[in-house]
Write a protein that binds this ligand. Structure first.
Ligand code: COA
Ligand code: AMP
Length: 665
C-alpha cells in the first residue's frame, strides 16, 4: 500500500459541517468534494482525475476516480489490522435460529478471507472472474464476498429465498467460474436445503461453473451437487493465503441482480473505487457511526442493504458489523431486536419498516422492549419501502430516538435522500437529538438529497416541477460515486431502462414530490415493480409464471396494500374458454407455481379468477387504474376503457381502504 497514505487513525474523517454547505458544494464542485473524500480510502495508485469528463459517453457513464487503483478488501480488512484493530470485533454473528453467537475479530477475518481467497485462486479464479454466492446469513458469506474482492474477482450474491429458475437465470447471465454455497438456510419453521435448489438450477442453466465450494452446516449437510464439489472446511485447512490484487477504480466489485419491470432480472454493476469512497463517507455522515462502534443492518446479504450496510460500509469504516440470522418476530418473540441491541451495545440499527410493523403488531405497548436496556442505541434507520407515518410515530414514541427514513435503491447503492446524522450541528457527534433543529425529521419524508444527488421532480415531458407538484423523481446526471456503473452485459439496456425517459437524467422509477423546504416525498413506483416486505419484485415476472399455466388466457399481477408487508402481490386471471377445472384448484396450482419458479420470497398467495381485465379499446391493460383500485383509492372508471362493467367487478374485489395511506391521500 502507498507510503503517502494520510494517517487518519483516531481522527474524525470529515469535519462536521452543516448539511446545506456540504450538499451545495457537492453539486457545484463535485471534483473538489469527492476528491477530498477519496482520502478516506487507501489507493495503490492515486486517481489521475476525480471525475473524468473526457469520455465520449459522459455524463451517462461518468468515470469516477479514473486512473486510480485500489483493493476494496484491503480497505475493509487488512488496513484495520495493520492500524491496530486486529483485536476488535469485525463481525458478530448472532443467530437465534441456531442458538449461537460467534465473534470474528478483524485479525480472524483477515485470516479467513486471505485463506479463502487462496482457495478461490487455486480453483482458477482471478481478476474479473465472477463467483456466484448462494449462502445464508453466516460469516462465511461475508468471507466469500471479501475473498472475491481480494482477488479482484466479481461476486454475485443471490438471496436464499429465490427458487431454482431464478438462480439459473443469474448463473447464465453472470457466467460464474465458481459457485460458493452453504448446505442450508434456516427459516423459523423449516430448514431450506440449498443442495437440491443448486442441482436444479445447474441442470436448467446453460453455463457450467468449474467448481462448487460447499460450506456444510451441521443442521442439514448436503450430498454432493456436482462431481467437482469442493468442501469449504477441507479446502480452508490447507489453503495458502492470497494477497490483495490492485484493481482499477472502475473495475467491477460485484453484480447484484434486482427486479425490473420484465421477468429478466437486471445485474447492477458496482465499481470498486466510487463504492469504497461513497460508502465510507456515508457511514459516518449519513449514519453517524464512528470506527469501533457496533452497527447493525438487520437485512440480508442477498439485498443491496446487506451488501452496502452489513458488509462493506461498516468494515470500510472499521466498525463492528452485526450479522443477524433471525427474524424480527418469532425468534423467539418481538423483543428479539432489543435483546440484540442490548447484548451487543448496538449504536445504530437499520431495518425495513415491515420489520417494525411486525414488532408493533406483536408488542404494541412495548412490553418486550422495556425488558431490555437499549440505551446504547442512538438512531433507528428505516429503508427499503415507504415508511408510513403510523410506524414512524410508533417507533419514535416507543424508542424515544430519531427514526430516520432513507430512500435509495439497488442501483444507487447508498441513500439518495436521508436525514444525515453525522452532518448537521446537533447531530451525529454525540448529541442525542440526532438531527439538527434546521433539519428536522418530517414524518412521511426521507428528508433531503445526499451529496451528489441532484434530485428533480419532472412532468411527463421532462419539465421541472415546483414545490408540492407530483411527478417522476429523477436524478440529474452525472450520478455520484458508488452508484451503478452499468448493467452487466447491458450498457444499452442501462441507457434504455434508466436514461432514455428524460434527457440528461436518471429515472428512479419512483414518483413523488418535494415540499417548499426541499424535503422529498416518495409516493411509490411508477412502473410495475412492487415491494413486498421490503423485497423488490417484478409483477412482470410473476405474470410470466401465471401466463404459462395451460388454463390461463390472460393475467395481471398488481401490488395490493398490506398492513404488515406494505404490499403483497395479487394475481387476476382470465381462464381460457372451455376450462372446466374449478377456479379454486387453478388458483392453488398458480400459487404453487410461483413458489416453485420464483421462490417463497414472492409470498404469493392470492389469485382471483375474473371474467375480464380492464382494457383500452386497443387492448392495453389499464394497470395504473388497477393499481389505484388495489391501493384502496376511489379510482374513477378510466375514460378509455372498453367495458366499464369489468372495472366495477374489480372494484368489488378491493373493498378495503389502504391500511398505509400516503400522507396526501
Ligand atoms: N431463504 C429461504 N426462504 C426465505 C428466506 C431465505 N433467506 N427469507 C424468507 N424466506 C421465506 C420465508 O420462510 C417465507 O416462507 P413461507 O411462505 O414458507 O412462510 C417466505 O419466504 C416469505 O418470507 P417473509 O417475507 O420473510 O415473510 P414472513 O411472513 O416469513 O415474515 C416479516 C414477515 C415481516 C417478519 C419479514 O418479512 C421480515 O423480516 N421483513 C424484514 C424485511 C427486510 O429485512 N428486508 C430487507 C430490505 S431492507
Ligand atoms: P431495492 O432496489 O430493493 O432497494 O428497492 C428500491 C425501491 O424501494 C425504491 O425504488 C422505492 O420504490 C422503494 N424504497 C426504498 N426505500 C424507500 C423509502 N425510504 N421510501 C419509499 N420507498 C422506498
Amino acid at each position: 500500500m502507498p507510503a503517502d497514505r494520510p494517517d487518519l487513525r483516531g481522527k474524525p474523517y470529515v469535519v462536521a459541517m452543516p448539511y446545506e454547505d456540504v450538499y451545495r458544494r457537492s453539486l457545484a464542485d463535485p471534483e473538489g468534494f469527492w476528491g477530498e473524500q477519496a482520502r478516506l480510502v487507501e489507493w495503490t495508485v492515486q486517481p489521475a482525475a476525480v471525475l473524468d469528463r473526457t469520455d465520449a459517453r459522459f455524463p451517462q457513464f461518468p468515470r469516477w476516480f479514473a486512473g486510480g487503483e485500489l483493493n476494496t478488501c484491503h480497505n475493509a480488512v487488512d488496513r484495520h489490522v495493520r492500524d491496530g484493530r486486529g483485536g476488535q470485533a469485525a463481525i458478530i454473528h448472532d443467530s437465534p435460529l441456531t442458538g449461537s453467537v460467534t465473534t470474528l475479530t478483524y485479525a480472524d477475518l483477515l485470516d479467513q478471507v486471505a485463506r479463502f481467497a487462496g482457495v478461490l485462486r487455486d480453483l482458477g479464479v482471478g481478476r474479473g472472474d465472477r463467483d456466484l454466492v448462494y449462502m445464508p446469513m453466516i460469516p462465511e458469506t461475508v468471507v466469500a464476498m471479501l475473498a472475491c474482492a481480494r482477488l479482484g474477482a466479481v461476486h454475485c450474491v443471490v438471496f436464499g429465498g429465490f427458487a431454482a429458475p431464478e438462480l439459473a437465470t443469474r448463473i447464465d447471465d453472470a457466467e460464474p467460474r465458481v459457485v460458493v454455497a452453504a448446505s442450508c438456510g434456516i427459516e423459523p419453521t423449516r430448514l431450506v436445503a440449498y443442495g437440491p435448489v443448486l442441482a436444479d438450477a445447474l441442470s436448467r442453466a446453460t453455463h457450467r461453473p468449474d467448481h462448487l465450494v460447499m460450506r456444510q452446516r451441521s443442521q442439514l449437510p448436503s450430498g454432493s451437487v456436482t462431481a467437482a464439489d469442493v468442501d469449504w472446511d477441507a479446502a480452508m485447512a490447507t489453503a495458502e493465503p492470497a494477497d490483495c490484487a490492485a484493481v482499477g477504480a472502475g473495475d467491477p466489485l460485484y453484480v447484484l441482480y434486482t427486479s425490473g419491470t420484465t421477468g429478466r432480472p437486471k445485474g447492477v454493476v458496482r465499481d470498486n473505487g466510487g463504492h469504497a469512497v461513497a460508502l465510507t463517507w456515508s457511514m459516518r455522515n449519513v449514519y453517524g457511526v464512528e470506527p469501533g462502534e457496533v452497527w447493525w443492518a438487520a437485512s440480508d446479504v442477498g439485498w443491496v442493504v446487506g451488501h452496502s450496510y452489513i458488509v462493506y460500509a461498516p468494515l470500510l469504516l472499521g466498525a463492528t458489523t452485526l450479522l443477524y440470522e433471525g427474524k424480527p418476530v418469532g425468534t423467539p418473540d418481538a423483543g428479539a431486536f432489543w435483546r440484540v441491541v442490548a447484548e451487543h451495545g448496538v449504536t445504530g440499527l437499520f431495518t425495513a419498516p415491515t420489520a417494525i410493523r411486525a414488532i408493533k403488531r406483536d408488542d404494541p405497548d412495548g412490553e418486550l422492549l422495556a425488558r431490555h436496556d437499549t440505551s446504547s442505541l442512538r438512531t433507528l434507520f428505516l429503508a427499503g419501502e415507504r415508511l408510513d407515518p403510523d410506524t414512524y410515530h410508533w417507533a419514535t414514541a416507543r424508542l424515544g430516538l430519531p427514526v430516520v427514513d432513507n430512500w435509495w435503491q439497488t442501483e444507487t447503492g447508498w441513500p439518495i435522500c436521508a436525514n444525515p446524522q453525522g452532518l448537521s450541528g446537533l447531530g451525529g457527534l454525540g448529541g442525542l437529538g440526532g438531527h439538527s433543529a434546521d433539519l428536522p425529521i418530517k414524518p412521511g419524508s426521507p428528508s433531503v438529497p445526499m451529496p451528489g444527488y441532484d434530485v428533480c421532480i419532472l412532468d411527463d415531458a421532462g419539465g421541472e416541477l415546483g414545490p408540492d407538484a407530483e411527478g417522476s423523481i429523477a436524478l440529474r446526471l452525472p450520478l455520484p460515486p458508488g452508484t451503478l456503473s452499468t448493467l452487466w452485459h447491458g450498457d444499452d439496456r442501462y441507457v434504455e431502462d434508466y436514461l432514455s425517459a428524460f434527457d440528461g437524467f436518471y429515472s428512479s422509477g419512483d414518483g413523488g414530490y418535494r415540499d417548499a423546504d426541499g424535503y422529498v416525498y416518495v409516493m411509490g413506483r411508477t412502473d410495475d415493480v412492487i415491494n413486498v416486505a421490503g423485497h423488490r419484485l417484478s409483477t412482470g415476472a410473476i405474470e410470466a409464471v401465471l401466463a404459462a399455466h395451460p388454463a390461463v388466457a390472460e393475467c395481471a399481477v398488481i401490488g395490493v396494500a398490506d398492513a404488515l408487508k406494505g404490499q403483497v402481490a395479487r394475481g387476476l386471471v382470465v381462464l381460457k374458454t372451455g376450462v372446466t377445472t374449478p377456479p379454486e384448484q387453478i388458483a392453488r396450482e398458480l400459487v404453487a407455481l410461483v413458489r416453485e419458479q420464483i421462490g417463497p420470497v414472492a409470498a404469493f398467495s392470492k389469485v382471483d379468477v375474473v371474467a375480464g381485465l380492464p382494457k383500452t379499446r386497443s387492448g392495453k391493460i389499464l394497470r395504473k387504474a388497477m393499481r389505484g383500485l388495489a391501493d384502496g383509492r376511489d379510482e374513477p372508471v378510466p375514460p378509455t376503457i372498453e367495458d366499464p362493467a369489468v372495472f366495477e367487478t374489480l372494484r368489488a374485489l378491493f373493498p378495503n381502504p389502504n391500511p398505509n395511506p400516503n400522507p396526501r391521500d
